[in-house]
Design a protein around this ligand. Structure first.
Ligand SMILES: Nc1ncnc2c1ncn2[C@@H]1O[C@H](COP(=O)(O)OP(=O)(O)O)[C@@H](O)[C@H]1O
Ligand SMILES: [Mg+2]
Length: 351
């Protein structure tokens, strides 16, 4: 009988993905290193409050990394585990300056660097984050800035960690992939409704978080953020119960041709093409969240009232006019006219 060892989803979701995962295997000098081995070697400064410390740390093989790649070299210092596909480094902010986090540090910031295939994604995220923030001014968003990381990268998105307090205490949270007990690879397997159902069935959750989550999904759809999977939403474990963390990973992915499919099921169907979303699909999403017509309309009206401010925020985010700013504002305008603007009419027709 074959024994298959898998990590519990809570731990599997702490392990790096993509570029970082590959670089970590190289650093361990073991192409076949399991995700458990990666967690043991790089789990000291994970997302949330759990640290994984190996009493007998594995040896590192820095010579196996491409020494000309500064980002590669930086992960040798960090030895950190953060999931997500984009390359990232952990930083410590000290005296208004950022430095790379070293093994044993509690990092305060995350630097997101562009992957090789989409080099303007960092700038895209900066603009989209500004748009979303302006669309939902009463919600929480990560605090970020676009800045140079001297000697490493000319432009990174530097994001303050919401799971580290100012006095460097670790604050626990779980991504929805963890809360729903799904492995990393299953982050696209499910529906937005699953998160709403989770909140409604856990007694310590706030029902108002369902409405908050609904508005986050709407704003994501309006800005072309097709990559809203279960790892891009999370909840804090607070003394009062589970509460949504700030919004993170807002990227207008739909401006890139290959990213037209909505990450999770909505209105009972997977792989919906964002450009083909109809008012009825958004209404159905609201119903899947158990929201009344009045609540759905209130969310849409709130977003409508902020649309111009959001477009302005995209232009204010960078004083030099760029094509990307036009693309994102045009995308929002198109989604508004093609999908959202027709919701009121459709709702008033139906009893
Ligand atoms: N500001 C933050 N504070 C703490 N953890 C964060 C923060 N932003 C992201 N994370 C964690 O890091 C993971 C990867 O970040 P994310 O921005 O989603 O990167 P990617 O674009 O590669 O998916 C998230 O799924 C979340 O668990
Ligand atoms: Mg992400």
């Amino acid at each position: 009988m074959a024994i298959i060892c898998v990590l519990h989803p809570f731990f599997d979701n702490l392990v790096a993905e993509g570029w970082l995962e590959t670089a970590q295997r190289r650093l361990l000098g073991k192409r076949t290193a399991s995700r458990f081995e990666l967690l043991l070697a790089f789990g000291a400064d994970c997302a949330g409050a759990v640290s994984i410390i190996d009493p007998e740390p594995a040896a590192f093989h820095a010579e196996k990394l491409d020494q000309s790649d500064h980002a590669n070299l930086a992960i040798m210092h960090n030895r950190a585990s953060l999931s997500g596909i984009q390359p990232k480094l952990l930083l410590v902010k000290q005296k208004q300056k950022y430095r790379l986090a070293e093994l044993g540090d509690v990092s305060t910031h995350i630097a997101k660097l562009p992957p090789l295939n989409i080099n303007d994604i960092v700038y895209n995220e900066w603009l989209t984050l500004n748009a979303c923030n302006a669309l939902l001014p009463n919600d929480d968003f990560v605090v970020a800035e676009l800045a140079e990381l001297p000697g490493i990268f000319e432009q990174a998105l530097i994001i303050k960690r919401f799971d580290r307090s100012d006095d460097l205490q670790k604050i626990h949270f779980e991504e929805f992939n963890q809360l729903l007990r799904l492995d990393t690879v299953a982050k696209y397997s499910g529906a937005y409704k699953d998160m709403a159902d989770f909140i409604s069935t856990i007694p310590s959750c706030l029902q108002s978080d369902i409405y908050r989550l609904f508005k986050r999904v709407l704003v994501g759809l309006l800005t072309g953020n097709t990559d809203m999977h279960f790892k891009n939403f999370a909840m804090f474990h607070s003394e009062q119960g589970l509460r949504l963390t700030p919004n993170y990973d807002q990227v207008a992915a739909a401006i890139y041709q290959p990213y037209q499919y909505v990450a999770l099921k909505m209105d009972n169907e997977s792989d919906r093409i964002i450009g083909q979303l109809k008012a009825k699909n958004i209404i159905a999403l609201g119903r899947e969240f158990n929201l009344s017509n009045a609540s759905i309309m209130m969310a849409v009206d709130e977003i409508h009232g902020r649309l111009d401010a959001a477009k302005q925020a995209v232009y204010n985010a960078n004083q030099t006019h760029t094509l990307m700013q036009d693309k994102i504002t045009q995308l929002m305008e198109k989604r508004w006219r093609g999908t959202f603007s027709l919701i009121g009419q459709r709702l008033s027709k139906k009893p």
